[in-house]
Each structure stands twice: as structure tokens, then as C-alpha cells.
Design a protein around this ligand. Sequence first.
Ligand SMILES: [Ca+2]
Length: 306
Amino acid sequence: MVQNNNSSSSSDGGGEVVISLDCSSLPRVYPIGVAAYMGQLISRKTKLLEEYQKLLCKYPHFSSKQQKRMKIKTNLTQQNEECQERVNEMNQLNSNLTQQNKECQESVNETNQLNSNLKETNGKLRSILRSIKSNKINCNMTTLTCSRCMKGWTEHDSRCFFLSGDTKKWLDARSYCINKGGDLAVVLNEEDQMFLTKLIVKNYKSKEKFNGSWIGLHDMQRERTFRWINGNNLAKYINETGEETDYWVNGQPDNNTPGWSPEGSDCVVLVFELNESTDRPIKNWDDIACRGQRNYMCESKAFIVE
Ligand SMILES: [Ca+2]
């Protein structure tokens, strides 16, 4: 029986091959053919041992290197796992930083917006202060409320209206309004007509105390072609039922010229009329001589905070 006992030699790579023979059960005399065959086997064994020795000489540390490689591979695998953990941690940190950066950017944007709003508010407050100083708006220091109109003027439709307490000729009245930053009042629609009529009634209470108030309407250039001071021709109004209407007193305009006014009656006033029962626009326009002394209505744009 042949035993190749190389377990120790294969572990260190530099060991020897031990071959032990148990010849007790074999016959002492062999046939010639068997002897020759054994000789061949011995010869092959010798050659194999020589080749084995040569390989061991050539690669004496083969197994040792393999072990080292395995150890290195194991270490590398472990390091790779640790490295992967670090990468995962870094990715997590990076994700957290990205989120924090996003939140920070949102805070910056909010701050910029607030800053912009504050600048805008600051500008408005400065504008209001300048307007208070120049008397463009009227503030009540007790209630801390401000009107967008000058003191004595009333706001309507984002415009300010003033009904005078004194009387002037039409041209002088217009100059007064222009000097106040406005002009004589223009009736744009039924709401304006209602507002101005009520303003007269509220301020003068009775017909006896009021002799008409100039508005910005005249026919100085061409008789019976009435034109507003904003350049627009007088047009029909549309009432609440969709019908065309106007606000002339019945029989007006008549261009009725008084003896002291040879140029005619080219300027329009609102006269005192009261119709509390219907609360509808009242026909209270009349054309009279522009040289007459009458109250007057001014109009300006309501102050706009910019
Ligand atoms: Ca008239």
C-alpha cells in the first residue's frame, strides 16, 4: 500500500513527501513482467519527486504567499466594508447638509423678502410723512387715522372733492382748484352725480342758503356744445335701468343771458335740489353766466401712497 503523507508539507510549502511501504503481504519472488513494471513505476516516482523538488525550489513560499494574500484579501474586505460605512455616513451627512442648506436658503429668501417689504413700508411711511407736512393728506392725531384727502375735502371713488364756502366767478374758481392740485369737478357717472348732490345738501341744508356751485362743464367754445374741463364732450349718462339720461333741470340748458352778461350763459352749476324720498340722481344742472359769483366744487386725485 502506498501512502502519500504530505499533509504537513502542503501547509508550509517547504515540507517533504513521505512514502511508506507495507511489503509484508507481498510475495518474495515476482514474475519478470511485474518486476519490470515496478521498475518503471519507481523510475516515474523518482522523476515526479525530482519535479516536485524542483517546484518546491522554484516556489518555496507558494503556500505562505497564498496565506498572506488571503489575509490581505480578508483585511481589504474588512477595510472595504469600513470604508463603505464611512461612505454611507458621508452620504448621510451630505444629505443632511443639503437639507440644511435648502432650509438656510429659504430663510435667506424670507429675510430678503421681509427686508424688501420693510424698505417698501419705510418708503411709504416717508412718503406719508412728507404728504402730512405738505398737507396733502389729513391725519387725526387723536384717532391716528388719516384721510387720503386734504382737510376739508371728501373722498369719493379714489378722488377728493371740495365744496367751497365762498363764491367766485367760474374762471377764478377753476384757478383756485388748480392751485390746490386739482380742477373743477367732473361728473363721470350717476354715482358722482349722487355724491355731489348729497354733498351740497349736507353742507347747505336748505335752498335759501345756496345759489349753485360751479362744476367743470361749459360751452364757451361753441354754443350748446358742452365740454368738460378734461377735454371730453358731454355725453349721455346711463341710469340703473340701462337707459340714457342727463341731469339738466327741466328746460335747461337755455343759455338765458342776464342783462349784465352779454357773452351768454356758458358755465354750469349744480343747484340745490332735494329728493330724499327716491334717493335717485336729481336733475339739478343749469347753465348760467360764467361771470356770476357762485360756490364751486373742486376735484383732485386721492393721495396714493407710492
Ligand atoms: Ca340756464
